[in-house]
Design a protein. Structure first.
Lengths: 427, 436
């Protein structure tokens, strides 16, 4: 562990340049008198506003948590069954710092493919982590220490918390073009140009599938081209995979981008979350893995990630790990899970279809085909922040100000009203 | 610690190696003969505390004894899941509770329960809204969020840690970019508290420093200040306008009484001193792997508490977004139900009682085997740990010769000692003290 003083001073100086600074003079106003009120989290803040609204027909299209057609949270059957089994185990001991090994092994296979060469070579460093956020934060901290001077290229736009995570880990951020407002699709030329111009050795954050917030994914051919470019430019791929299975309904298909990159020989990094695809949001279960050059490097890298985790939370929570381990543990239960994930993905695809049909029927002159072309939980509607505010104020429909709609919040009961309201605020 | 040197572009040689099948498709695998960018990442040493358990597992001797990590064991040296916890879990599963995200600051019913346990029910600070509480990942997570807060909102302050302290304290504050120093704490001569040294160092610390204090059952020494000493420490802290940061990992586990073990933080609050408190339910409810705890700011105004909470949420959002549900639900069930709460208190007394019992037995054996040395520190110290005063050489002897695993600083976890092994341990300690 580094000695505190010089590093701490440097870090403090950097922090002061970026953060909301609270006065360090204590005596005048007590220790905390000058602490500033922090702004509300833009995503989670939407749910708060929704809860405060007493309109019985209100619609929450904010946070990306799956809802069934009755707008109810869902606990998968495989999860209920796993809970019964896990309860009997009476295991509450500390996990190792890197988490439940049985879980991480299965998790890596799910992401990379059961027979991935890097797994057979035992050169994957993997730790259980606190869902997607925790994986990204561990990686960002690792990057700060072991890829010093490297910047992370982040797609424009991305999940808002990505920016916060890398900022707090003191990693320089740059953006690359991703979303094209004109087409409400991928700006592939812009993406390739920006990454062509990136410094060698930079890290590129990629959403493996179901890009959040846009729902716009590259095609397999585009992934192939990107992979070649990144090999040539020695850019490090870091995949954030929060929706495997949830995007198309097929785990292998949703993992395609990662498989393409692995086949090309990239030593990549991957953050996995089981929040959505297993509905285990609150259990905070995920996995961070880094493909390394060889077994020794994987061991060294894993040991350093563990050192970072030890100072953050010591060891990860056991409950979610036992549940996922159980579900992925037998072919029959795993297949049941695949079926349930497919069911969730299909309901969302159906809602997309319904919403687009209703919008087109409403007489709207705007293009809406992106609603079904985009994939996953989110639809980047293309409406303005002011229109978002109107939707909330006049229609009790809540979404984040970037116009991102969580399709999981759309039901056969509310889709008509949603389409009508969208048409109203955009005409 | 060496850093990876990124040497920039250079000639890259490509070499075709035999085709391999990946995911069923033939693949042209190009080997870039260029150093991996992670090549110079060094293998980190095993964690000094958690690494002990790993070494213990690898030992095949029948005699082996794990006195490393502070996890409670029964007399049969088995892990112990409290009956109230089993009951609470059953209730949670039967109720078919969902797995939705908690708010960033955690489960509201847990947050209420945890501050009530800390301060006592119906405390004015709570009623007046002067407390900011955020559920977090046990003691470590709570401390880390607190450390990040210090770095962000009260920068430039130095944190003072007791010498010695729980090993992970140093890493937590360093990684959060917070400077720390030691204050004297343990006196090897008396195997007790170096009170004068403590007072002097806290006095010499610049005004408005942050002082980490163990609420009870100091880890690793087991040495706690007396009530009179706490009073004097509080006086000094008021004089110097220091900010106390209590680490409360053993409430109820030290003496067996929740109230008694919360004496120090409650006293400071009564004195009108603003404090930070990190709590853990790992030991007292046996919820180790569930990672349940809380960070509390008990302040002089509700407006400050509100603002502090908003900052804590922003900080937690980038580490883990929101805390895990399961453990918090268990705590909430247990504390919220009168019958279960009473049962918990009894089970806690049972655990604390077993530890007090083995402490006495260990001391009795040592006094019998080696009457020339003063072993009374074993029962004077309190909680899960005893600081034996063994040197690192003696500790090595304990492990290599006697298959007894403990941390290099001489700390043993009494929670891992059974009555039936107390004599074996006594003999090993005596051997190490005499011959190494």
């Amino acid at each position: 562990m580094r000695h505190a003083a010089p590093a701490a001073r440097q870090l403090q100086h950097t922090c002061q340049q970026f953060r909301t600074i609270c006065s360090s003079s204590v005596s005048a106003s007590g220790w905390f008198g000058n602490v500033e009120q922090a702004p509300k989290d833009p995503i989670l803040g939407v749910t708060e506003a929704y809860l405060a609204d007493d309109n019985p027909e209100k619609i929450n299209l904010g946070v990306g948590a799956y809802r069934d057609d009755l707008s109810k949270p869902v606990v998968l059957n495989v999860v209920r069954a796993a809970e019964e089994k896990v309860m009997g185990k009476l295991f509450m001991e500390y996990l190792p710092i890197g988490g439940l090994k049985s879980f991480t092994e299965k998790s890596v296979k799910l992401a990379y493919g059961d027979s991935a060469q890097c797994i057979q070579d035992a050169r994957v460093a993997a730790v259980q982590s606190l869902s997607g956020t925790g994986s990204c934060r561990l990686f960002a901290e690792f990057m700060h220490r072991y890829m010093p001077g490297a910047a992370v290229y982040i797609p424009k736009p991305t999940w808002a918390n990505h920016h916060n995570i890398f900022r707090d880990a003191q990693v320089e951020q740059k953006g690359f073009r991703y979303y094209k407002p004109d087409t409400r699709g991928l700006d592939f030329e812009g993406l390739m140009d920006d990454l062509q111009a990136a410094d060698e050795g930079s890290v590129v954050l990629l959403h493996a599938c179901a890009h959040n917030p846009t729902g716009v994914d590259p095609t397999p051919e585009q992934w192939q081209q990107l992979s070649k470019l990144m090999l040539k430019k020695h850019l490090y791929p870091f995949f954030d995979m929060a929706y495997q299975g949830f995007a198309s309904g097929d785990c292998d298909r949703d993992g395609q981008a990662i498989r393409i990159f692995l086949d090309d020989g990239h030593n990549l990094g991957c953050s996995q979350s089981y929040a959505k695809n297993m509905g285990l949001y609150g259990q905070r279960i995920g996995c961070l893995s880094l493909v390394c050059a060889d077994k020794a490097e994987a061991s060294a890298v894993e040991s350093q990630i563990k050192a970072i985790a030890r100072a953050m939370y010591s060891n990860p929570p056991v409950h979610g790990a036992l549940l996922v381990d159980n579900i992925l543990g037998t072919p029959e239960i795993k297949q049941q899970w695949y079926d349930e994930v497919k069911g969730m993905a299909e309901r969302i695809i159906d809602m997309r279809t319904l919403l687009q049909q209703n919008l087109e029927k409403s007489g709207s002159s705007l293009p809406w085909k992106h609603v079904t072309e985009q994939i996953g939980m989110f639809c980047f509607s293309g409406i303005s922040p002011e229109q978002v505010d109107l939707l909330a104020k006049e229609h009790s429909i809540y979404m984040t100000r970037n116009g991102r709609i969580s399709m999981a919040g759309v039901t056969s009961r509310n889709v008509d009203r949603l389409a009508a309201a969208l048409h109203k605020v955009t005409s | 610690m060496s850093q990876t040197l990124f040497t920039g572009p250079g000639p890259v040689l490509q070499q075709r190696i035999p085709q391999r099948l990946v995911s069923g498709r033939p693949v042209k695998h190009c080997l870039h003969l260029r150093a991996s960018r992670l090549e110079s990442v060094e293998q980190a040493p095993p964690d000094p505390i958690l690494g002990v358990s790993e070494a213990f597992k690898a030992d095949t001797s029948d005699l082996k004894l794990n006195l490393g990590v502070g996890a409670y064991r029964t007399e049969e040296l088995k892990p112990y899941v409290l009956s109230v916890v089993k009951k609470a879990e059953r209730k949670i599963v039967d109720a078919g509770q969902n797995h939705e995200y908690l708010p960033i600051d955690g489960l509201a019913s847990f947050n209420k329960a945890t501050i009530n346990l800390l301060l006592g029910f119906d405390h004015p600070a709570v009623k007046e809204g002067r407390v900011a509480t955020i559920q977090s990942l046990s003691g470590t997570g709570s401390l880390r969020v607190g450390a990040q807060f210090i770095n962000k909102c009260i920068p430039g302050k130095t944190v003072y840690l007791s010498n010695p302290t729980w090993g992970n304290h140093k890493g937590i504050f360093s990684n959060a970019g917070v400077k720390w120093e030691f204050y004297r704490y343990f006196d090897p001569e008396t195997v007790g508290l170096d009170f004068d040294g403590l007072m002097e160092d806290i006095k010499n610390a610049p005004n408005e420093s942050i002082i980490v204090l163990h609420g009870c059952a100091h880890n690793p020494t087991g040495v706690d200040p007396t009530k009179e000493q706490w009073s004097k420490i509080a006086d000094l802290i008021v004089d110097k306008n220091h900010l106390p940061f209590f680490d409360v990992a053993y409430q109820g586990f030290a003496s067996g009484s929740l109230d008694e073990d919360a004496y120090a933080p409650r006293y400071f609050v009564e004195r009108g001193i603003e404090i930070l408190v990190a709590q853990s339910y790992s030991k007292n409810l046996g919820l180790y792997g569930e990672r349940v705890g809380a960070l509390n700011f008990i302040l002089s105004s509700s407006s400050a508490a509100k603002k502090v909470l908003s900052q804590l949420k922003v900080i937690a959002r980038t580490i883990y977004s929101n805390p895990p549900t399961h453990g918090a639900r268990i705590v909430s069930e247990v504390v919220g139900n009168e019958g279960m709460f009473g049962e918990w208190k009894q089970e806690m007394e049972g655990m604390a009682g077993r530890i007090k019992g083995v402490r006495q037995e260990l001391q009795d054996h040592l006094e019998r085997i080696n009457p020339d040395k003063d072993w009374s520190f074993i029962t004077k110290q309190i909680g899960m740990f005893s600081f034996t005063g063994l040197t690192s050489q003696q500790v090595e002897n304990m492990t290599n010769k006697h298959h007894i695993y403990m941390t290099k600083d001489g700390r043993i976890s009494l929670a891992g000692l059974s009555s039936s092994k107390a004599e074996y341990l006594a003999k090993a300690i005596d051997d190490s003290v005499r011959n190494c």
